[in-house]
Design a protein around this ligand. Structure first.
Ligand SMILES: Nc1nc2c(ncn2[C@@H]2O[C@H](COP(=O)(O)OP(=O)(O)OP(=O)(O)O)[C@@H](O)[C@H]2O)c(=O)[nH]1
Ligand SMILES: [Mg+2]
Length: 249
């Protein structure tokens, strides 16, 4: 894998936002300037050889801004492994104190980045929840909402993870958290990636906290969710529960 090395000299970087992408050119073009408007924040795009030129756009933004890093992977390999590769890159190539997960499709509004950073003062992982204050999801069809709600209830019942939104994908990790978990032990690749990583962090005894976010369904580009991803989450929570049942915290 190749990528760009650290740009910033002297002052440690406050945060890096890791964004996995498949065909998100139009979204990325608008999203990156909004993220870079936040001081002390850089972006890492993990692109799986998008056919719409997302990777080329990311390279151009890297050159133009000096605050964008790009990891190119040869083919679509799932967003779970994209995050793992992105985290490893962020740990070895930057000195970022905080490492974010974020989707490229504006479901995760960059306006919340300062709220996350504020919440990190007394937490090791902050999760942006769609269910902390009722239901704050805009434009989802009812069936999608029901699947998400039931999935959350089910995964919480099996794992006991104390979060209102266990499949949430807008998150911020303290650097030390990612340094202290075994990233190679994570094998989930879809929704269950989000459940698994929060579960491991919580089981290790780190402080996990939620803040409310309003989640807006994508308006540009196509969803990459498949039935396979949903089914992976259904069985994976049991394997998580059993794997960690006898493990030390
Ligand atoms: N690198 C990489 N990125 C991916 C892959 N699958 C999805 N993504 C990205 O992961 C993020 C989340 O994917 P989405 O399709 O938005 O999934 P979602 O948000 O759960 O589903 P929707 O609400 O339908 O959009 C987006 O930025 C995608 O471009 C993958 O296999 N590799
Ligand atoms: Mg999305």
């Amino acid at each position: 894998m190749k990528g760009r090395s650290q740009y910033r000299k002297g002052k440690p970087l406050k945060a890096i936002v890791v964004i996995p992408t498949i065909n998100e050119r139009e979204n990325l073009e608008r999203l990156i300037p909004e993220i870079l408007a936040v001081d002390g924040v850089e972006v890492l795009i993990v692109d799986d050889n998008s056919s719409d030129g997302t990777g080329t756009l990311a390279d151009r933004l890297a050159l133009e801004t000096g605050r964008v890093h790009v990891l190119h992977r040869p083919m679509r390999m799932g967003f779970g492994t994209a995050y793992i590769d992105g985290f490893k890159y962020a740990l070895s190539n930057t000195d970022a104190q905080y490492i974010f997960e974020m989707d490229a499709d504006f479901s995760h509004d960059p306006k919340y980045l300062p709220d996350f950073l504020e919440a990190m003062h007394d937490a090791d992982l902050v999760v942006g929840s769609r269910y902390l204050k009722g239901i704050s999801i805009v434009n989802w069809p009812l069936n999608r909402l029901i699947i998400s709600k039931m999935g959350n209830w089910y995964a919480r019942a099996v794992t006991r993870l104390p979060l209102t939104d266990v499949t949430a994908g807008f998150k911020c990790f303290r650097r030390e958290v990612l340094e202290n978990i075994d990233l190679d032990s994570i094998h989930s690749n879809g929704y269950s990636f989000q459940i698994e990583i929060s579960y491991i962090v919580w089981k290790k005894g780190f402080r996990v906290k939620e803040i409310p976010i309003v989640f807006v369904d994508r308006t540009i580009g196509e969803s990459k969710i498949t039935y396979g991803i949903v089914w992976e989450a259904v069985w994976r929570v049991w394997s998580l529960r059993f794997k960690h049942l006898f493990a030390r915290k």
